[in-house]
Design a protein. Structure first.
Length: 247
């Protein structure tokens, strides 16, 4: 899992420019779960990657500390957000003070942690009443073309390329005794086929398959998409899966 989690480093720039962001409604839902506005809150964005969620938190007025273990991803984050404090660490051992944060977020990254240790660390770092928010952009499998593409990915690489990598198959997201809230936030974006494929190529299933197998799949997939969408654009439909817990 560590090798797979760090595999994004070699595609950090492509990851930053092609991966989707998050809809404003997600951050409305986080504020509702937290019982407070993000403006003025100290947020710790763990597994921040290149800072995609970090930017949205900043736009809502949060004061953000980013935590990222990968050197390539961290370098990209620092290049695009030089004003954001950046800590090189993993969520299982946060080098942050007790009760120092109002919000701890994991955007597309909770499934790379040791959950028991990461949960204990998040609760330690949160102030009383603070909120842990886990969220993933998950491709909407009710959309036929996305479901068909996911089936092709699983046939080619043994794993889907959309959304959380087996997070729920690994067991409960949080300890069973912890009260949680779960929200699903639908949204979509329209992109060129090549941008969609660039996004797809940054998923860890391809990072582990290798260049030759990745190129073969993407070439065939590009033709399949152009056959289905001759204007060269697709609508990526997502449902953001949000799980929150309060300290």
């Amino acid at each position: 899992m560590t090798a797979r989690a760090l595999s994004f480093d070699v595609v950090a720039e492509l990851y930053d420019t092609s991966r989707p962001g998050y809809p404003p409604a997600l951050f409305d839902a986080i504020e509702e779960a937290a019982g407070r506005p993000l403006a003025g809150a100290h947020a710790v964005d763990v597994g921040a990657g290149t800072g995609i969620a970090t930017r949205s938190l900043l736009a809502r007025g949060a004061r953000v500390t980013a935590v990222e273990p990968g050197p390539g991803m961290a370098a990209r984050l620092h290049a695009v957000l030089p004003e954001v404090p950046l800590v090189r660490a993993v969520g299982d051992a946060l080098p942050l003070a007790d009760a120092s944060a109002d919000l701890v977020t994991y955007a597309q990254s909770w499934h790379w942690t040791d959950r028991e240790r990461a949960f204990a660390e998040a609760m330690r770092v949160l102030r009383p009443g603070g909120t842990l928010a886990l969220f993933w952009n998950v491709a909407d499998q009710t959309v036929p073309w996305l479901a068909a593409q996911d089936a092709r990915l699983r046939a080619h690489g043994g794993d889907g390329g959309h959304g959380v990598h087996g997070a729920r198959e690994q067991g409960p997201l949080l300890p069973g005794s912890v009260p949680t809230a779960h929200r699903r936030v639908p949204w979509s974006r329209t992109v060129a086929v090549d941008e969609h494929l660039a996004n797809l190529s940054t998923h860890s299933v391809f990072r582990m398959l290798g260049e030759s197998a990745t190129a073969a799949f993407l070439t065939a997939e590009r033709q399949a998409l152009l056959d289905a969408f001759p204007d060269g654009t697709v609508e990526e439909a997502y449902v953001v899966d949000l799980v929150t817990a309060r300290r």
